[in-house]
Design a protein around this ligand. Structure first.
Ligand code: SIN
Ligand code: CO
Length: 377
């Protein structure tokens, strides 16, 4: 029987299924009051403080004297005195703030393998990042103040050359809206847009990940390099005297080609690669475990009493018997699979769930807790 998904206020009262069928990758959707009475989750000072940390990715974009500039974080000084024509973009706020993480998780009708992060932008009146397109789908939630969005479905995506950021050379707006706090605009990939702050403004971007096939292919070959097994060594017992010593012989090319052609990979190799790749923490993500971790026995008691939850920074996925967490993978038995799938889907386990897990998994949980991947609730 076909599963009917409920209407979501976040999507303006349509179901996730309808949104995916009609809008996802296809056309923009403006949702007035997607989150009624929405209040910013972080103050501008909290956001500025985040942008000064070296474990936080940020960009400062300015358009002073009609000249675009971009500076990657950590940000030492923000041009607060100049007031206008600059924007601060802080990536991955969900990793550092529980409320931002909870907001991102409201978008889990899109699978975790596609959901990326919550970026917050801050701008004063007139600030913006210029007309551009993104390669990914994005939900733009207005959090504070107003932003005027102009958008267009143009095919000409030529960029102005020599810019530190992507600026469309011929932007043609077809629609224009002013978003108020709680309003949200969904844009499909490659949809031209330009958002300009009307007064002080904060916009939250819920972004998605769509790795390029080139990136996946390169990473897959790297992954395979650790597991290929090609025994033996090149030999040429029939070697003849060389008259052109610098030329590589046909025999050598054929022999090596036949050996390289023995490299095989299975669907399981691809799955394990993909799970590890997708859960690999980004380079600026650092986990920190508790300063004084409980000893394993005390940890188990506390976990059974209070339950466990994944750190906001942990990425956990599964498929079949394979479980992936923060770039690592392992295969599990049927009983453990139930609990680990639940941990991955709900990002927490109750104490009662822990009664069913094997000693091996409990031991792994204790290590994850010490490493800061998992926390006691
Ligand atoms: C912004 O929030 O300033 C920019 C977001 C975007 O255009 O993707
Ligand atoms: Co954009």
């Amino acid at each position: 029987m076909k599963k009917i998904t409920p209407p979501l206020p976040l999507l303006g009262g349509i179901s996730a299924e309808q949104f995916l069928n009609e809008y996802w990758h296809k056309k923009p959707l403006l949702i007035r009051q997607a989150i009624p009475d929405f209040k910013p989750l972080l103050s501008k000072d909290e956001l500025f403080a985040l942008s000064g940390r070296d474990d936080v990715e940020s960009r400062l974009i300015s358009f002073f004297n009609k000249h675009w500039e971009m500076k990657n974080g950590p940000q030492q000084h923000l041009p607060v005195k100049q007031k206008q024509d600059w924007t601060l973009l802080v990536q991955g706020v969900n990793l550092h703030d529980d409320a931002a993480n909870a907001l991102l998780r409201q978008f889990r009708f899109i699978p975790d393998s596609r959901l990326d992060d919550l970026m917050i932008s801050y701008a004063e009146d007139g600030g913006g990042v210029g007309p551009h397109f993104d390669s990914y789908d994005v939900f733009l939630l207005q959090a504070h103040g107003q932003r005027k969005w102009r958008i267009g479905a143009q095919k000409d995506l030529t960029l102005v050359e020599g810019m530190p950021l992507k600026i469309l050379s011929k932007f043609k707006a077809e629609q224009e809206f002013i978003l108020e706090p709680g309003d949200m605009l969904y844009l499909p990939p490659k949809y031209a847009h330009d958002g300009v702050a009307v007064g002080e403004c904060m916009t939250y971007s819920i972004g998605f990940r769509a790795p390029s096939y080139q990136e996946l292919g390169e990473s897959f070959l790297h992954f395979m390099s650790e597991s290929i097994d090609l025994p033996g060594r090149y030999a040429d017992p029939e070697l003849k005297p060389s008259t052109k010593p610098a030329e590589i012989s046909n025999e050598m090319v054929d022999d090596i080609s036949a050996e390289i052609a023995k490299i095989r990979f299975t669907d399981d190799d691809i799955l394990i690669f993909l799970g590890e790749h997708l859960t690999e923490p980004k380079p600026n993500v650092f986990f920190s475990g508790p300063e004084k971790p409980l000893a394993p026995k005390r940890f188990h008691q506390a976990a059974i009493k209070n339950g466990l939850k994944l750190s906001n920074k942990s990425q956990m996925l599964y498929k079949g018997k394979h479980v992936f967490i923060n770039g690592e993978s392992f295969a599990v038995n049927r009983e453990d699979k139930i609990s680990l799938n639940k941990l991955a889907n709900e990002r927490r386990l109750d104490g009662a769930d822990l009664a069913a897990v094997s000693a091996d998994v409990l031991e792994a949980f204790c290590l994850w807790y010490e490493d800061g991947w998992l926390e006691i609730c």
